[in-house]
Design a protein around this ligand. Structure first.
Ligand SMILES: Cc1cc2nc3c(=O)[nH]c(=O)nc-3n(C[C@H](O)[C@H](O)[C@H](O)COP(=O)(O)OP(=O)(O)OC[C@H]3O[C@@H](n4cnc5c(N)ncnc54)[C@H](O)[C@@H]3O)c2cc1C
Length: 443
């Protein structure tokens, strides 16, 4: 009888449960245990997904559609509406804009009006069932989502342990055992650190440092709240509004509307941010607002010896394009594939994994930075600083090409292989923000 490999995931938030379920489904002969502390809880934000996440949930993780619709009640998300730049707003729909390789006509640029065409999507996904667009994501309430992921993992045969990891014993192989608060020791062949910002194994245990992305992305806190939906129509997209010292999301669920003001603590206090959010959203109960601090960063090497960090333990960027859950899916699948290719003791595969994860963080960092660098909507001290100081990173050449030649479809530099956004996303953003080219032309 073959002995099954034991993988332990520390953390039962979105990251831990997606990673654990993926490993259970894709890696044969593997037992997967999730250790999470219900006392510590999970972060309780992360309600908009990127395109592709629904397919991952249902196809890769095997989540049945009907059951999911009945218990989690997701809303279609067809893209993002940005109140950024000089236009009243512009849309960044998930559906490709340039699939016919046609540049926008003079009288009807694409994208900006696009999401207006999807009135039929203003119903919960379970009510319409057929996706209204080729590429779509979900708005999902965090609590029922995480509860559902937990049930699904258990239903597939995963083991859940409610315990707090008090310390980590480290040796030649990496993590040798987890010491639980009860005093018990827990061992495994391999560990996934999905302990969120606490990064218990990768950073506190193994000492792997974080690389800050603060010099590209200046926001470090969110004030989060919402209200019960009245007769307002459900919006099948996430709205992103420019604010005095950052921006504010609006995510629609069937019964609630959630808003979060992502801002820079160097430019606005918590009280001032809460005041601005409440002033611009009079239905918000100001007393119920929650503060969530964060830092844009990624761990230098997510895979070290017998530990891989996933989710916020691996890295974090603000949810401007709601990329993090999709990144968790991508990392989980990549990890499963590496393990199946013999990666548990294979340092070449680990190095390859680490390099690809780093490129992914840089891709997202640069795409988000593009939003800040060219947003001329407000002239507050924060936005003056952001427009002046946001580096373009790996997009320097691409933006130069655009500024010299106007929109072109053939450039490969922004549609790098593996970019989450491709040239569709980059071009959409530059045109949406009306970044001028040549003699000041815009479209
Ligand atoms: C303001 C904000 C808004 C966001 N919005 C979006 C969005 O719209 N879309 C998106 O894709 N992403 C979004 N994100 C990111 C998203 O929330 C996370 O990527 C996602 O929730 C994954 O979190 P996690 O599982 O890594 O961490 P957590 O949810 O924090 O889970 C950590 C887990 O580890 C456990 N744990 C920690 N320490 C220990 C210990 N010592 N012992 C035992 N257990 C332990 C905790 O109990 C918990 O179960 C947002 C993040 C923030 C901050």
């Amino acid at each position: 009888m073959s002995v099954k490999r034991e993988i332990t995931v520390v953390g039962g938030g979105t990251a831990g449960l997606i990673a654990a379920t993926t490993l259970l489904r894709l890696c044969p002969d593997t037992n997967v245990t999730v250790i999470r502390s219900t006392e510590l809880g999970h972060i309780m934000v992360g309600e908009g997904t990127f395109a592709g996440t629904p397919d991952y949930l249902h196809d890769v993780m095997g989540i049945p559609l009907d059951d999911f619709y009945a218990k989690v009640n997701p809303i279609w998300k067809l893209g993002v509406r940005l109140k950024w730049g000089p236009r009243p707003y512009f849309d960044y729909p998930f559906n490709e804009q340039f699939d016919n390789q046609i540049l926008p006509s003079k009288d009807k640029p694409w994208g900006y009006y696009h999401l207006d065409e999807y009135e039929s999507a203003s119903l919960p996904a379970g009510a319409t069932r057929t996706p209204p667009a080729k590429r779509f994501g979900y708005h999902i309430e965090n609590q029922p989502f995480v509860a559902y992921l937990e049930q699904h993992f258990a239903r597939l045969g995963g083991k859940l342990v409610d315990a707090k990891v008090a310390s980590v014993e480290v040796g030649e192989i990496g993590v040798e055992s987890l010491v639980l608060e009860s005093g018990d020791r827990h061992t495994a062949d391999f560990f996934v650190d999905a302990s969120g910002f606490r990064a218990e194994l990768i950073n506190k245990g193994l000492g792997e440092p974080f690389v800050s992305m603060r010099d590209h992305l200046f926001c470090d806190r969110a004030v989060v709240g919402g209200w019960a939906r009245g007769d307002e129509e459900i919006r099948p997209y996430t709205s992103m509004d420019t604010m005095d010292a950052g921006w504010c999301w609006r995510i629609d669920h069937e019964h609630t509307i959630n808003r979060g003001y992502v801002h820079s603590s160097a430019y606005i206090s918590v009280d001032e941010a809460a005041d601005e959010l409440a002033r611009k959203n009079p239905k918000i109960d100001r007393d119920s607002l929650r503060v969530v601090p964060f830092e844009a960063r990624h761990v230098r090497h997510p895979w070290v010896k017998n530990v891989v960090a996933i989710g916020n333990a691996c890295g974090f960027v603000e949810p401007l394009e709601a990329t993090n859950i999709q990144v968790i899916c991508a990392h989980s699948r990549q990890l499963a594939e590496a393990i199946n290719a013999g990666g548990l003791g294979n340092s070449d595969l680990a190095q390859d994994y680490n390099e690809s994860v780093q490129l992914q963080w840089e891709d997202i960092r640069d795409f988000l930075a593009l939003h800040y660098r060219f947003n001329t909507r407000l002239n507050t001290p924060f936005w003056q600083m952001a427009v002046r100081n946001t580096p373009l990173g790996g997009l320097e050449e691409y933006v130069k090409l655009y500024q010299e030649n106007g929109p072109v479809l053939f450039t490969g530099s922004a549609g790098k292989p593996g970019s989450m956004f491709g040239y569709d996303g980059h071009l959409n953003l530059l045109l949406g923000l009306q970044v001028p080219w040549k003699d000041g032309s815009v479209r």
